[in-house]
Every structure is written in structure tokens, then in C-alpha cells.
Design a protein around this ligand. Sequence first.
Ligand SMILES: C[S@@+](CC[C@H](N)C(=O)[O-])C[C@H]1O[C@@H](n2cnc3c(N)ncnc32)[C@H](O)[C@@H]1O
Length: 222
Amino acid sequence: MPNSDNALLDSWQHNAKAWIDAVRSGAIESRRQVTDQAILLAILGRMPARVLDLGCGEGWLLRALDDRGIEAVGVDGDRTLVDAARAAGSAEVHLASYAQLADGQAFVGKDYDLICANFALLQQDIIPLLAALKGLLRPGAALVIQTLHPWSVAGGDYQDGWREESFAGFAGAWQVMPWYFRTLASWLTALDMAGLRLVSLQEPQHPQSAVPQSLLMVAEHL
Ligand SMILES: C[S@@+](CC[C@H](N)C(=O)[O-])C[C@H]1O[C@@H](n2cnc3c(N)ncnc32)[C@H](O)[C@@H]1O
């Protein structure tokens, strides 16, 4: 699947409006029941004053942090989503791709107390981006990543590789999104290679579900 990192971001141009509707209408049950609260608690538990939300989408997490008195800055590579986040009241939302961030071509501020990525690290080549993000954190600060739980979505094929999300079951018109499946070991290796130290790993779960709804990792700037 050549250039799938680009195809992934391109898919958001097509899916942005449907995504905004899905998030804002609370259509994604796992978010409503488990994962929104899980990432909020993980962030609030570290009592940051200033947070960068990587791949902020339409900005729900920026608004949730702002409501709690936390300065929240967003960055996303899709213009429609950035515009939606700004229009919903977030003061600082940057339009930049992860490639631009990794190459130092986009300035989104620095000395953050925390950077979060909520279901937003979906591409193959994440180590240069993670290393660049580390440079935006003050020493001792944390990167909080919530992502698909590899064991819940592996479907019997537990190895790194490109997959496709068709958004079946979501209302609206969607384009297939390529995304990169990563095993747990692969996630931990990527953090390590970027110079980040894992300090917490959670598997947020609904009491009535037999499988975790996500994987949530907290890693610190060494
Ligand atoms: C599943 S959405 C999650 C959005 C938001 N974090 C949330 O929780 O609703 C993934 C987001 O990552 C962004 N994204 C994906 N690949 C990107 C890239 N290469 N550069 C910048 N943004 C990217 C998309 O535009 C999209 O907003």
C-alpha cells in the first residue's frame, strides 16, 4: 500500500464532515461510555497547565480541557476539522501535517506540560514524529496516547501492517481510511526509540464488555 501515510490524511478531507457529525452527536458508543473519560482522566491526573492536542480533529478534547481551566492548543492536518475546532471556540488551533511537525516545518509552540493524541496516531512512520514531539515537551512532561487496543482489533492477524477502516455502521458518506496496525511491542519500541519512557499503560474497559475499548499509554520525556 504505497504512500498510505498520505492516503490516510487525504481520507480525512472526505470524512471530515461525517466525523464532525459522529463525534458531536455522540454516535460512537465506546467514546461516550469509556474512552473520552479515560483520556480526560489521564490528562487531568497529571495536572498540566498547558496541553498540545495532536490530531485534535473537531476539537472536543480542546473544549473539555478549556472548560477545566487548562490552556489547550490543537494541531491537525485537515483544514475542515481545524476550522470546525476554531469555530467551536478553541483559540489556538494550528493546521499542520505530522510530516511537517516531524521535519520542524511547523511551529506549534513548545515547553508543553503534556501532549495528547487521542486515536490520532494512525500512520506507519511514527518515530520521527514522536521524537519531534518530545522536543516540544518540557523535561519530565508527558505524552498521553490513546489508541485502538491491538488485541481487540487484531482479528487473528497480530503483526504490524496496513489495514482499512470502512466506517461501516456509521451514518453518512465515508471514504475508506487506511491505518497502520501496530502490536503492543511495536508501540513500546516506538516510544523507546523516540527517547520516551513508558510510565503507565491502561486498558480502559466497560464493565459490561469482555474486551478493552482502547490502549492508553503515558510516556515521559526522559
Ligand atoms: C480519528 S481522528 C481523532 C480526532 C480527535 N483526536 C478526536 O479524538 O476526536 C484522527 C485525526 O488525526 C488527524 N490526522 C491523521 N493523520 C494526520 C497527519 N498525517 N497529519 C495531521 N493530522 C492527521 C486527522 O485529520 C483526524 O483529525
